[in-house]
Design a protein around this ligand. Structure first.
Ligand code: ADP
Length: 422
């Protein structure tokens, strides 16, 4: 069976998050890193293309997304999903709105919806306003994000300057009246020419109603959670087989390593916890800038293959600032990413087959050094973080790629245990 739903995600760990939620259904989900260069082959019913377009120049983001759409259409997809962050990370110029408008134009769609709610992770939308836990978005830590500071919580106001056509809302009261009420309100707005509709969603049950109302839209947009009900809806409609089951897990060799380049609050807890349980090596960006990762590589080579060590650059904000003051923020980040990427390749070459990686940028650097272009999605370790399977240098590997704030304190040990038990 060909591809049914084609998804485009604006960053790497966002793509694994979406793929993991879709895979909860037991359907096969395939994730491609970047737009594949060749024609579609060995496609899954659910295909996700991971781009790096969140903070790219608008023209570039639009061009990449249109290329991804084109590939997904050739794979057979008839429905499409544009996935962005559940905190609506964007600026007045984009990229959420411009990409949605470009995809709508290519698909001939007159309307799409916007719903970044992710109840399991505390993101909800009410009367068009986005909340992070109990805080409005603009009062959450996202107000200080270095690239996409979110200073307004109202999604209609955030979206309006990003698009050329009218913006509207289907509010929680309508969602509470059920699928038919949502569909009728969307149809009414469509007749009025409202192309961009923010839809309120507070709990998972709301997302089920919204997904059911919108399942035949050519394009839906949102965070990962809104896509979660789609596989079941498609199965009920006969679009995907009843019998479809999760992709058979390839045989993965032993040997595991934890690599952390994330300095987010939750990762810092996870590193602290795991450091008491396993051999650990701390990387310092200043040291790496002078001497490279040789010392870490020697340390790793001296360990037995079954040690499951951790190598991390994770540090407290003061340490990060000190390294950034000395090296510059960009160089500090790059030397860490480069070192962890090199260490991942060395680990693979000495027989390690399981990689737990913390950090969005870090995951991108490690995956690209391992030459990974396509991942099959396996079982979920924590909401939004699945194990993934791929090939690297001619061997089967498993990768768990975690964005900064996901997972519980015990995430690293959980990840290793989950794969053993899977
Ligand atoms: P997250 O998902 O938590 O945002 P990322 O990997 O996306 O994590 O981003 C963290 C960035 O911080 C990376 O570029 C990484 O190389 C950099 N970094 C990691 N450790 C340090 C450190 N000790 N000092 C400065 N920068 C660091």
């Amino acid at each position: 069976m060909g591809t049914v739903l084609g998804c485009i995600a604006d960053d790497f760990t966002g793509a694994t998050d979406l793929a993991g939620l879709l895979a909860r259904s037991g359907q096969r989900v395939s994730l491609r890193i970047g737009v594949p260069s060749g024609p579609p082959a060995d496609t899954a019913p659910f295909e996700v293309i991971a781009l790096k377009s969140r903070t790219a120049p608008v023209d570039r983001a639009v061009a990449d997304c249109r290329a991804a759409l084109n590939w997904l259409r050739r794979a057979g997809a008839g429905r499409f999903y544009w996935k962005y962050c559940s905190t609506f990370d964007s600026t007045a110029t984009g990229n959420i709105g411009p990409v949605a408008e470009a995809l709508m134009a290519d698909l001939g769609a007159s309307q799409t919806i916007y719903c970044p709610a992710f109840p399991e992770n505390g993101r909800s939308v009410f009367m068009g306003n986005l909340f992070v836990g109990r805080q409005p978005l603009a009062e959450s830590p996202m107000k200080d994000h270095p690239l996409t500071p979110m200073r307004d919580s109202n999604l209609m106001r955030l979206l309006a300057p990003q698009v050329t056509r009218p913006v509207g809302l289907v509010d929680r009261l309508t969602v509470a009246r059920g699928t038919e009420a949502v569909a009728a309100e969307l149809a009414r707005l469509d007749r009025e020419g409202v192309a961009h509709v923010v839809v309120d969603g507070v709990a998972d049950a709301d997302l089920e109603i919204i997904a059911a109302a919108c399942r035949d839209m050519a394009l839906m947009t949102g965070g990962s959670a809104l896509a979660m009900p789609l596989p079941v809806l498609y199965r009920a409609a006969g679009l995907v087989g009843e019998e479809a089951v999760a992709h058979e897990r390839p045989d993965i060799g032993p040997g595991a390593i934890v690599l952390s380049g994330s300095c987010s609050a939750m990762t810092r807890e996870q590193v602290r916890t795991y450091a008491t349980q396993a051999p650990s090596f701390r990387l310092d960006p200043r040291d790496l800038a002078d001497n490279g990762p040789g010392e870490a590589l020697d340390w790793l080579a001296a360990l037995p293959l079954d040690a499951v060590p951790m190598i991390y650059a994770t540090a407290e904000p003061d340490d990060v600032r000190a390294a950034q003051d000395e090296l510059g923020a960009v160089v500090a980040g790059e030397v860490v990413e480069q070192a962890l990427a090199e260490i991942a390749v060395a680990a693979r070459d000495r027989g390690v087959r399981r990689f737990v990686v913390a950090g969005g940028e870090t995951s991108g650097a490690v995956a690209s050094a391992l030459g990974v272009t396509r991942l099959d999605i396996g079982s979920e370790i924590a909401p939004g973080v699945p194990w993934t399977f791929s090939e690297s240098g001619g061997v089967q590997v498993a990768l768990a790629l975690k964005s900064g704030n996901f997972g519980a304190e015990s995430f690293f040990a959980d990840a290793v245990a989950k794969l053993e038990g899977a």
